[in-house]
Design a protein around this ligand. Structure first.
Ligand code: HSE
Length: 401
């Protein structure tokens, strides 16, 4: 099987490296060799040890009928969209780590793949190296997955972990994540939650069977999280994590991205640094936890190669959702959340009167009060007027002391 790698950045070079190191073991498992025939990149790689593989002319790849699979690891919408469409139309399978493209144009590309009898696979688009898409789509297909809660962005989790464990500031932690190849080209996609929104859009679309449009996903990043919030979370027995959250109920769907207080006893609290964790709750299987490195060169390349190997073994694989946008979203009145709130000491809002279940946390300054309110509707949460509010899991009880 011959493949072409589009983009020799972090993930593309990882695919090349794994194939070079594990070529024989992979060939033994698959029953045939997987060979890199071309690498497309506009930069100059004339001094690379395999310089003859590089081209900057995509038509060379399209017109070579011996290329079976194209690995699109460029990222972004264009030129990735055009390249993918053309590869599928030319009768080649396409695999990708490009969550932006899958989240925004996946349904159109599944259709083109289907019309051409080829696969468009995207295991690496969510959860980096964690086997996640395929288990949710295949192994758990007998379940109604009612809830999915995930730490889906390695960069923000790395930043928050550095703040929590080392008291390090936001900017230096972000710089280190970028140096390690975790961050997006534009890191605002990470820290403002857009990358997580794309990923939870892909997961909920797969589980729901119709496209859950990113525009319907309320998205808040971590740029407003301060060391004060981190300390309050610690006092409540929690860490703050950026969470992609999905609920599916009575044929309706809800998705949201926001920072949340996550109890240190929660299964997903194991995700520290660049690690991701996703907890899915199915009506038959109960809770299932997926855990592993959610970003980085070799973990992501490992997932891309998993797709290529699946194609080599089965040829006829596919994964998709319907192209119609979901028109059945749960309303903010139907979704419950816990809340951490900081209010001014002088505030005349009495949280304990309005929310008798509110649990008081020891305030860090004399000018404010802090509470955990175990449960309220999403709509109530949005209307809360306070210094700071951060969601917790519904029915959350802090472990104080
Ligand atoms: N920027 C992404 C992250 C890369 O940090 O998780 C992997 O999708």
């Amino acid at each position: 099987m011959n493949i072409a790698i589009l983009g020799f950045g972090t993930v593309g070079s990882g695919i090349y490296e794994i194939l070079k190191n594990n070529k024989e073991a992979i060939a033994k498992r698959v029953g045939e060799e997987i060979t890199v025939k071309y690498i497309l990149d506009i930069r100059d790689f004339s001094s690379h040890e395999d310089a003859h593989l590089f081209t900057n002319d995509y038509n060379v790849i399209l017109n070579d009928s011996s290329v079976d699979v194209v690995a699109e690891v460029i990222g972004g919408v264009e030129p990735s969209m055009t390249f993918t469409r053309e590869a599928l139309a030319a009768g080649k399978h396409v695999v990708t780590s490009n969550k932006e493209l899958v989240a925004t144009h996946g349904d159109e590309l599944f259709k083109i793949a289907n019309e051409n009898g080829k696969a468009y696979l995207f295991e690496a688009a969510v959860g980096g190296g964690i086997p996640l898409i395929r288990p949710l789509y295949n192994c758990l297909a007998a379940n109604n997955i009612k809830k999915i809660i995930g730490v889906l962005n390695g960069t923000t989790n790395y930043i928050l972990t550095e703040m929590i464990t080392k008291g390090r500031d936001f900017d230096s932690a972000l710089k280190s994540a970028q140096e390690n190849g975790y961050a997006e080209r534009d890191p605002s996609a990470d820290i403002e939650g857009k990358d997580t929104a794309r990923k939870i859009s892909i997961l909920t679309s797969l589980l729901y069977g119709s496209r859950v449009d990113c525009r319907h996903i309320e998205t808040e990043g971590i740029t407003n999280i301060t060391m004060e919030d981190v300390k309050y979370a610690e006092a409540a027995g929690c860490d703050i994590k950026l969470i992609g959250y999905g609920e599916l109920e009575n044929s309706k769907v809800f998705a949201r991205v926001s920072p949340m207080f996550i109890s240190k006893h929660s299964p997903i609290s194991c995700a520290m640094g660049v690690y991701n964790a996703v907890l899915a709750n199915g009506d038959s299987v109960g809770n299932v936890l997926f855990y592993g490195q959610g970003a980085g060169k070799l973990p992501t390349a490992s997932a891309v190669l998993g797709d290529i190997i699946d194609i080599a073994r089965h040829k006829n694989v596919s994964m998709s959702w319907n192209s119609e946008n979901s028109d059945s979203y749960l309303s903010d009145e139907d979704v419950k959340t816990g809340a951490f709130v900081r209010i001014a000491e002088s505030s005349d809002i009495s949280f304990s009167e309005k929310y008798p279940s509110a649990i008081s946390l020891e305030a860090h300054t004399s000018s404010e009060k802090a509470y955990i309110i175990p449960s309220m509707t999403e709509s109530e949460f949005k209307k809360l007027s306070c210094i700071k509010k951060i969601r917790c899991e519904n029915n959350f009880k802090p472990s104080i002391g």
